[in-house]
Design a binder for this molecule. Structure first.
Ligand code: TYD
Ligand code: MG
Length: 464
C-alpha cells in the first residue's frame, strides 16, 4: 500500500504545495504553510475500512422557523447597520483604523445593553481593566453592569463565558491580540487569528451569544489577518472616518442577516460617540452658498439619502502637467468627467489645475455624483455660483448624456425636507407631484449652457 502522503497548505489563501516553504508563493504571506494529511477523498479511507456514511433526512424550504428576536443595543445607528439588531448566535467582525473609535462605540453598546438587562461581557486584549474603567467613567457609563476582563487566551475566555448565565453580547477587542494554546505561532499571526476566530464563532453558534470581534486594519484598509475570517463570520462592518473630522461612518460590507449597503453615522464628541440622525444637516453645515464651485449632491448610502457638498476649484495652471487632486471621490471618475466636459461640453481644461473635494470627509462611491461634480467644475471654471437652493444627481455617460440613477424619489424627498426647492436630475426622474421643482438635464452640453446663461443673466463675470 502506498504511504499516506501529506501536503502543505497555506492557511491564508488555501494554496496547496508539495513542499514546505517559509513564504506562500500564491499570496505572499509568511509562515502560513502547514503540513496536512492528504485527503483521501470520498470512498478512500472510509470505503477501505468498510464504513459507509449514514443518510440523513432532508427538509423542505417551507418548514417552521421561529422569528429570531434580535439583540437591540439601543444605539440605533449601530442596530441599523446590523440589520435591525444583532442576531443571537451570530459572529460579527468590526474593522477600522486605530483611534477611530471602535472600542468607544462597543463599550457604549455594551453599557446600553447591560443596563437593559442580561449578561454582557467585554474582553480586551489591548487595554488594562483600569484603562477601560477610565474611559467608561469619562463616558458616564461606570454604573452599567458590564463584565470586564483583560485577557487574551481563547481557551480561558471561552471557559469563562461558558460558566454561569449565557451572555447575550460578547466583545473581543481585538482578534489580533488573542491566542490559542493549541496553536504554536505568535498572537496576531495568521494561524492564531484563524484559530481564535474559529473557536469564538463555534462558541457563538453553540451558546447563542452574539459575538463581536474587533479587527485591526492594514494600511490599505483591509482587515488584517486571513481573509478567511471574513468568510467565516456572519457580518463584517467597517468603521471609517478621518482624523480631521469628528464624524464616523459605520458600514456593513457583509451581512447574512441584513442589507450590506447600510450606513450608520456618528459624531465623536467629548462624551463619546453621538448618533447623527440627520447626516445631511451635518455635512452641509457651514456651507458658503455664494461661492462658485460648490454643488450639493443628493446621494444615497444604503437605504438612506445623504446630501453632501461637492467642492471644485479649477484654476489656471503654471505647471506643464496640470494638477488633478481629489479627496473623497474616485480620481479616475474625475478624469472621466473632465474628459467628457472637454469633448462634449466645449470646456478647455487642459491648462487648468483641478481640485475636487467632498465636504465633511465623506467618501462617495456612487456614479450618481457625476452630475454634481460636473456642475461644481463648470461653476468654478466660469466663476458663477450655482443656485443655492438646488441639488444635483445623475450619472454621466462617455457620450455626454446624463443617465438615470436609482432612488430618484428618495433623493428628491430628502432634498425637499432640507429646504432645497430645486433639483437638476436626469430626464424622467421627476414624477407628476414634483411639478416644476425638477429641471431635467439631458446632457453635459445643456448643463454647461444653463450655468453659463445663469452667469450672464446675473451679470456674473467670466473669470480667467
Ligand atoms: P478608541 O475607541 O480607543 O479607538 P479604537 O478602539 O478604534 O482604536 O477611540 C480613541 C479616540 O477617540 C481617541 O483618539 C480619543 C477619542 N475620544 C473622544 O474624542 N471622545 C471620547 O469620549 C472618547 C472616549 C474618545
Ligand atoms: Mg481600541
Amino acid at each position: 500500500m502506498a504511504r499516506a502522503r501529506s501536503t502543505y497548505v497555506c492557511q491564508n489563501c488555501g494554496a496547496v504545495t508539495q513542499r514546505w516553504a517559509g513564504k506562500c508563493e500564491a499570496c505572499g504571506e509568511w509562515n502560513t504553510i502547514i503540513e496536512e494529511a492528504a485527503a483521501l477523498g470520498v470512498g478512500g479511507a472510509a470505503a477501505r475500512k468498510g464504513l459507509a456514511g449514514r443518510p440523513f433526512a432532508l427538509e423542505s424550504l417551507s418548514g417552521e422557523s421561529k422569528p429570531v428576536a434580535r439583540i437591540v443595543t439601543g444605539i440605533s445607528e449601530l442596530d441599523r447597520v446590523a440589520g435591525g439588531g444583532f442576531v443571537p448566535g451570530s459572529a460579527t467582525l468590526i474593522g477600522g483604523e486605530p483611534g477611530i473609535g471602535k472600542s468607544t462605540l462597543l463599550i457604549q453598546a455594551c453599557a446600553a445593553l447591560a443596563r437593559a438587562g442580561g449578561r454582557v461581557v467585554y474582553v480586551s486584549g489591548e487595554e488594562s481593566t483600569e484603562q477601560i474603567r477610565l474611559r467608561a467613567a469619562r463616558l458616564g457609563l461606570s454604573s452599567a453592569p458590564v463584565q470586564l476582563a483583560a485577557q487574551t487566551l481563547v481557551e480561558d475566555i471561552v471557559a469563562t463565558l461558558g460558566s454561569g448565565e449565557t451572555p447575550k453580547f460578547v466583545i473581543l477587542d481585538s482578534i489580533q491580540t488573542l491566542w490559542c494554546d493549541a496553536v504554536e505561532s505568535a498572537p496576531g499571526s495568521v494561524s492564531q487569528v484563524r484559530a481564535a476566530s474559529q473557536a469564538l464563532i463555534r462558541y457563538a453558534k453553540s451558546s447563542g451569544a452574539a459575538v463581536i470581534m474587533v479587527g485591526h486594519v492594514t494600511k490599505d484598509g483591509q482587515i488584517a489577518g486571513p481573509r478567511v475570517v471574513e468568510h467565516m463570520v456572519d457580518a463584517v462592518m467597517s468603521f471609517e472616518g478621518d482624523g480631521a473630522h469628528a464624524f464616523r461612518v459605520l458600514r456593513a460590507t457583509k451581512n447574512r442577516f441584513g442589507a450590506t449597503d447600510e450606513i450608520g453615522v456618528f459624531e465623536m464628541t467629548g462624551a463619546g460617540l453621538a448618533e447623527v440622525a440627520n447626516p445631511s444637516a451635518l455635512f452641509l453645515a457651514g456651507r458658503d452658498v455664494a461661492a462658485p464651485g460648490a454643488a450639493v449632491f443628493a446621494g444615497v448610502e444604503g437605504a438612506r439619502p445623504v446630501l453632501v457638498e461637492i467642492q471644485a476649484l479649477v484654476a489656471p495652471s503654471t505647471l506643464g502637467t496640470p494638477r488633478r487632486a481629489v479627496v473623497g471621490w474616485d480620481s479616475s471618475r474625475l478624469a472621466m468627467v473632465l474628459a467628457v466636459l472637454e469633448a462634449h461640453g466645449g470646456l478647455k481644461l487642459g491648462q487648468h489645475d483641478v481640485y475636487l473635494n467632498v465636504a465633511g470627509g465623506l467618501r462617495i462611491g456612487e456614479p450618481a455624483a457625476d452630475l454634481a461634480a460636473a456642475a461644481a467644475l463648470i461653476s468654478s471654471l466660469v466663476g458663477v455660483a450655482l443656485p443655492h437652493e438646488a441639488v444635483y444627481f445623475g450619472e454621466i455617460a462617455l457620450s455626454g448624456a446624463v443617465r438615470a440613477v436609482g432612488h430618484a424619489g428618495l433623493r428628491l424627498k430628502e432634498a425637499a425636507k432640507l429646504g432645497f426647492s430645486k433639483a437638476f436630475a436626469p430626464a424622467g426622474a421627476a414624477k407628476d407631484e414634483d411639478g416644476d421643482r425638477v429641471t431635467p438635464v439631458a446632457s453635459v452640453a445643456s448643463l454647461v449652457a444653463d450655468i453659463a446663461a445663469a452667469g450672464v443673466a446675473s451679470g456674473g463675470k467670466k473669470r480667467r
